[in-house]
Design a protein around this ligand. Structure first.
Ligand code: XIL
Length: 365
């Protein structure tokens, strides 16, 4: 295995090979002295990761990495309808209770993900036939689930991915059983219910694909902003915008567009969280050293664009190690190299992406 120094040197060589000037902000950051990048460069900072049950139960290295690096965690699953509500009557809290116990035992906090999402819905929800039935179920779900963790889960992705991939207009909302039965009002209903059930919780609306250069992403940003503005105008309780940050290795960050979007959110009094950061790397060159620099560079651009307009209060990655990541489920590489979307490699060694995250969290305003 490469030593820490060798890893840094090989990253630097790759950076030079890529034309990343040693004097560029990322070049300077990666060249920074190794002592400053101690074993856990994010220890004590508001960094966290999504956790997966298999390795959490079975792998001591995985648990150790979480304990060493994270001050918060979120379940990759567990609180999704599919996991919690196998039938209309049942609530299965095994996974979230376990996540809460792990977090508490190690002085971490647990985020809640998620109450309203089109995805991971159990089949039985297709039989929700009327607006009144939908309202009863949605409100009952939020009362039960948020109620159980009241005062303990302090930040919730109440609404996840409400905007379609390519919105037809600024008022386009992604289809879901909630949208079909209740229209857009299901979003305000969920947020109002959440505020009533746990008035102390931070209520978040979470979204992806709003940070890239391109017309489709601009339209998605605009539709997202339209929805947020509308909620705030109507005094619907909403405290933060969650940027998932599933970055695409091949797509440049629209730094101006993203900063402008964030500035608008800040002007409405909203906090900004990074909730699911990773870099989907199936279209990047294979060699790991080169790929790791390109990945770190996307993360740098993304966090830099946010920081221009808002304090970076919290960054979570969607997993902590390349060993356990959702990315190959949908974006597996075809050249035999494994995906490397996360801050630790498959042997739990920090990669340049970790240094970038640490840098932005250390310097947060
Ligand atoms: C993903 C999980 O990582 C997978 O394990 C699961 O099969 C599907 O969901 N955006 C989200 C997350 O908000 O809930 C998704 O998580 C990834 C994309």
């Amino acid at each position: 295995m490469l030593s820490r120094r060798e890893t840094i040197l090989s990253s630097l060589k790759a950076a030079t090979a890529l034309g990343l000037a040693a004097s560029s902000p990322l070049g300077t950051l990666l060249a920074g002295n190794a002592a400053a990048q101690a074993a856990s460069p994010v220890a004590g900072l508001p960094y966290g990761a999504a956790v997966r049950d298999g390795p959490l139960d079975q792998e001591a290295d995985y648990r150790a990495a979480l304990v060493r690096h994270c001050s918060q965690i979120v379940g990759e699953g567990g609180l999704k309808w599919y996991d919690l509500r196998p039938t209309r009557e049942q609530f299965v809290y095994t996974a979230p209770d376990k996540h809460m116990a792990f977090a508490t035992a190690h002085g971490m906090t647990l985020r809640g993900h998620t109450l309203v999402w089109y995805g991971a819905m159990p089949d039985w929800t297709k039989s929700i036939a009327s607006a009144s039935e939908a309202e009863r179920l949605l409100v009952g779900h939020i009362e039960a689930v948020m109620g159980r963790y009241r005062g303990r889960i302090k930040s919730w992705d109440v609404v996840n991915e409400a905007i379609p991939d390519d919105p037809a207009s600024r008022s386009d909302i992604r289809p879901s059983i909630w949208q079909q039965r209740l229209g857009e009002s299901h979003i305000a209903l969920a947020l109002r219910t959440a505020a009533r059930v746990d008035p102390g919780a931070q209520l978040v609306i979470n979204e992806y694909d709003i940070e890239f250069v391109g017309a489709r992403f601009r339209r998605k940003r605009e539709a997202f902003l339209r929805l947020i503005r509308d909620l705030k105008l109507r005094n619907v309780p909403l405290h933060a915008v969650g940027l998932q940050g599933h970055l695409r290795g091949e797509l440049a960050i629209d730094k101006e567009g993203l900063s402008a979007f964030i500035a608008e959110c800040r002007a409405m009094g909203l906090a900004v969280l990074v909730t699911e950061l990773d870099v989907i790397d199936d279209k990047l060159p294979g060699p790991p050293e080169v790929r790791d620099i390109l990945v770190a560079s996307r993360v740098y651009d993304f966090l830099d664009a946010i920081r221009v307009a808002a304090p970076l209060d919290s960054i979570l990655t969607w997993g902590i190690t390349d060993k356990h990541t959702w990315v190959p489920i949908y974006f597996k590489r075809t050249d035999g190299f494994i995906n490397r979307p996360l801050p630790l490699d498959a042997a739990y060694q920090p990669k340049p992406m970790m240094q970038v995250i640490a840098h932005f969290l250390r310097d947060r305003r």
